[in-house]
Design a protein around this ligand. Structure first.
Ligand SMILES: Cc1cc2nc3c(=O)[nH]c(=O)nc-3n(C[C@H](O)[C@H](O)[C@H](O)COP(=O)(O)OP(=O)(O)OC[C@H]3O[C@@H](n4cnc5c(N)ncnc54)[C@H](O)[C@@H]3O)c2cc1C
Length: 223
């Protein structure tokens, strides 16, 4: 959680650019989605997945300490966003850490008391790899709220109805909003995941104009 004194607030789905600068002047910039719901208190929550051989994510997850300062630019982005006046069905589809901006949308929906119908299809390697697992469980178990479906790619919980595997056309057809309801779809994750999923949404008759995508870069298709 970052505390930003002059934060102008943000819209769910936006990201920030984080710049780290070493003593010798070398600097590295990476983008991170904002996980928190819009707020006027300058709270900017980021969720960073540590890539063991990455340059920036190991520092942010293992070395950055309470009280340290980082340089931020943002909020950035005006397309991959959910705004509270939207009332149409919303289909969220995440792969791995691609859940982060979608979580901001789910939290934003709750914080403004929206009743827009949300569904989330969340692809993760195994049960323990899901971000926000308990919070998502609590939200989805409230009756009117967000319908949650997990797709496990490597290991499923015991007695899970589907064998492990990537998101495919059948899980899209069975668990996402029917295209006739004209949902707005938000797909976020590794590049190959996003491109494959968006293509399947189109093959399930979703209008390409209603599919918004955010690519996180290398994994499964190096940057
Ligand atoms: C809009 C946006 C939002 C994002 N939001 C999030 C978020 O909320 N949470 C999150 O965790 N991530 C997010 N990302 C991804 C994030 O920006 C970084 O890409 C990620 O943290 C990896 O950075 P790194 O410096 O640790 O890894 P890098 O040093 O950039 O390396 C990434 C991987 O690529 C490999 N690699 C590096 N260089 C090469 C090379 N030359 N050839 C082949 N492979 C190479 C490394 O081995 C490593 O596995 C987002 C990206 C975008 C574009």
């Amino acid at each position: 959680m970052l505390q930003v004194s002059d934060w102008p607030s943000h819209i769910a789905g936006q990201h920030v650019d984080v710049r780290l600068t070493a003593h010798d002047g070398y600097s590295a910039v990476r983008s991170y989605s904002i996980a928190s719901a819009p707020n006027a208190e300058g709270r900017v929550e980021l969720t960073v997945e540590r890539l063991p051989d990455g340059e920036v994510s190991p520092y942010l997850t293992q070395e950055l300490a309470v009280g340290d300062r980082v340089e931020l630019r943002g909020p950035i982005g005006g397309w991959f966003v959910w705004r509270s006046p939207q009332t149409e069905p919303i289909q969220l589809i995440a792969g791995g850490s691609g859940i982060v901006p979608l979580m901001a949308m789910i939290r934003s929906r709750a914080s403004v008391g929206s009743t827009a119908p949300f569904r989330l299809l969340y692809s993760v390697r195994e049960p323990g790899a899901a971000f926000y697992r308990d919070e998502l469980q609590a939200i989805s178990s409230r009756g009117d709220s967000v319908k949650l479906t997990y797709a496990y790619t490597r290991t499923t919980p015991k007695d899970w109805p589907r064998p492990p595997g990537r998101i495919d056309a059948s899980i899209i057809a069975e668990t996402t909003w029917p295209s006739k309801l004209i949902p707005t779809c938000y797909v976020c994750g590794p590049t190959s995941f996003v491109e494959g999923t968006a293509a399947m949404l189109v093959s399930c008759s979703n209008c390409p104009d209603k599919i918004r995508t955010e690519r996180f870069g290398p994994i499964g298709g190096r940057k």
